[in-house]
Write a protein that binds this ligand. Structure first.
Ligand SMILES: *[C@@H]1O[C@H](CO)[C@@H](O)[C@H](O)[C@H]1NC(C)=O
Ligand SMILES: *[C@@H]1O[C@H](CO)[C@@H](O)[C@H](O)[C@H]1NC(C)=O
Ligand SMILES: CC(=O)N[C@H]1CO[C@H](CO)[C@@H](O)[C@@H]1O
Length: 491
């Protein structure tokens, strides 16, 4: 699928009547920016005549385009959060693939509630260890550095090797080694392997990551491990940072604000929990990491307040609500919010198995575009709006809409992504009165805003005709002269 955001520089605003057949001419959002320069000339026959006033509107919300970050569909763990080891501290089930290992509670000395125990039988001589499947595999990229670490509790003096294996070819794709020397009385000892670059890149995510010890030096022991960790080079090269390609994709949306929740402190203090959407949340992507992300993407932070009502209908009793109220009072400035639209997404009905939401047709973002124009026209009342879901792991069920989907080594931007990116890149500071002196809303929809000396006119042609007889004639009042830049969004 190809989505184009096409830009042309023209001295007159024209309806997009391109004969390029790859265009879906029925669905177009066009952002026209008028600069004061030369007279606007439109000699085409017209079914819609728009008159855009130079002023007389209201201030738009500067926080209109937002991001709704929510721990669902592996947006955080297995997504934006750079940790590549799945179930790194065993908050989830341990899947045993042979070998005497088990998950135990009571991880002494650190707050993490679980640990893995691996029993090494008498007579063991070769390497012993375990591997992780990652979040639908691992991205093995020879151009990037990786850093692995783990906690160990046992008597051990010997080597530790960590490496990727391609499950399709059996090939070992990397190696990092360290020496461990510790006895059981030391309780947990954290080991960091030297950063390494894979020897070869893998073209698919079908790779595992192994932690291997010298079995002869662990004979007869129960070996305890915890907080197994692997990070590829993260966004801005931060410790405990974000997955670089996904963070960049998100930053490229040029949104203006984000919702966040709390989770701070050393990783071994973050006990993790079962999220409301059924994922295990390590809480590794916590408050500080989210604040850093907000700074990196230049986002205003908006605090979301829990109102005491859970999804399953449970309620926090009134006499226990004080902390939530305190928090709400602190956010009063925001609550003075007038309207917050969260969350929206177009859903395609009608397949045999129910609403087909995962695969987008161009009609879906086109309908979203019409709503988005309505929001911009009312952006003196609507403070913010957000699309849901924001980020989703591609292979995870259900297959539903999301702005960005990802596999271990690829990023898929939906058409809604390009729509929001284009629209957020052309927002004015004030709404402008735009009235139709001929025709009316539908099949062409519009919104006009002012950005400095420029006028931004956005239009969607939803299933309407094209060609000269369907042209849109625009008069920007008060501009003696103008230059127009047209950006068309097509698929
Ligand atoms: C400005 O706000 C008023 C309400 O205060 C509204 O009636 C009017 O339509 C708005 N104008 C524009 C251009 O949005
Ligand atoms: C490779 O990994 C993908 C993603 O997890 C999976 O869908 C696919 O079945 C795997 N292929 C093989 C041959 O195991
Ligand atoms: C600041 C905030 O909204 N904190 C909430 C984060 O989410 C947990 C539940 O998942 C709530 O208990 C917190 O109040």
């Amino acid at each position: 699928m190809h989505v184009h955001a096409m830009r042309t520089q023209t001295r007159a605003a024209r309806n997009n009547d391109s004969d390029d057949t790859s265009f879906s001419a029925a669905h177009i959002i066009a952002a026209l920016r008028f600069f004061a320069a030369l007279p606007l000339l439109c000699k085409l026959a017209s079914s819609l005549r728009l008159q855009v006033a130079p002023n007389g509107g209201n201030a738009s919300s500067p926080l209109l385009y937002g991001l709704l970050y929510e721990e669902i569909y592996h947006s955080g763990d297995g997504g934006l959060y750079g940790e590549m080891i799945r179930n790194r501290a065993f908050q989830g089930r341990l899947v045993l693939d042979g070998g005497p290992a088990s998950r135990e509670t009571g991880s002494s000395g650190i707050r993490l509630m679980y640990q893995m125990r691996m029993d090494v039988p008498e007579g063991t001589t070769g390497p012993v260890g375990f591997y992780n499947d990652g979040f639908w595999g691992f991205h093995v990229d020879a151009s990037k550095e990786y850093a692995a670490s783990f906690y160990l509790r046992c008597d051990y003096g010997g080597g530790v090797e960590c490496f990727f294996t391609n499950t399709l070819t059996g090939e070992k794709l990397s190696s990092a080694k360290t020496e461990a020397s510790q006895d059981a009385s030391q309780e947990w000892v954290q080991h960091h392997l030297p950063t390494f670059q894979p020897l070869t890149s893998a073209s698919t995510p079908n790779n595992t990551f192994s932690f291997v010890f010298d079995g002869s030096r662990l004979v007869g022991q129960s070996v305890y491990v915890n907080l197994l960790s692997l990070f590829k080079k993260t966004c801005q090269n931060r410790d405990n940072g974000l997955r670089e390609d996904l963070a960049q994709t998100l930053a490229d949306l040029k949104a203006s604000w984000i919702c966040w929740n709390e989770t701070i402190g050393p990783l071994e203090e973050r006990v993790g929990k079962l999220g409301v959407w059924g994922n295990i949340e390590t809480q590794g992507f916590g408050l500080v990491e989210q604040m850093r992300m907000a700074r990196y993407m230049d986002l205003t932070v908006v605090l979301g307040i829990f109102n005491g009502l859970y999804f399953n209908g449970d309620l926090i009793p009134e006499d226990e609500l004080q902390p939530y109220m305190d928090s709400a009072m602190d956010s009063l400035e925001f609550l003075t919010y007038p309207v917050f639209v969260g969350e929206y997404a177009s859903i395609r009905e009608g397949s045999a198995t129910g609403p087909e939401t995962g695969a987008q047709t161009f009609g879906m973002p086109s309908r979203e575009a019409i709503m988005l124009l309505g929001i911009e026209r009312n952006s003196y009342i609507i403070l913010e709006f957000v699309y849901g879901a924001l980020i989703k792991q591609y292979d995870e069920n259900p297959n539903t809409v999301a702005v960005i989907k990802h596999t271990a080594n690829e990023i898929l931007r939906s058409m809604s992504y390009y729509l929001q990116q284009l629209s957020a890149a052309h927002v004015g500071t004030d709404t402008l009165p735009a009235k139709a002196t001929e025709g009316g809303l539908g099949p062409v929809w519009w919104s006009a805003t002012k950005a400095g000396r420029r006028t931004v006119l956005k239009m969607v042609n939803y299933n309407g005709g094209t060609g000269a007889e369907n042209s849109v004639k625009v008069q920007v009042k008060g501009s003696r002269a103008c230059t127009t830049e047209l950006t068309a969004f097509t698929a």
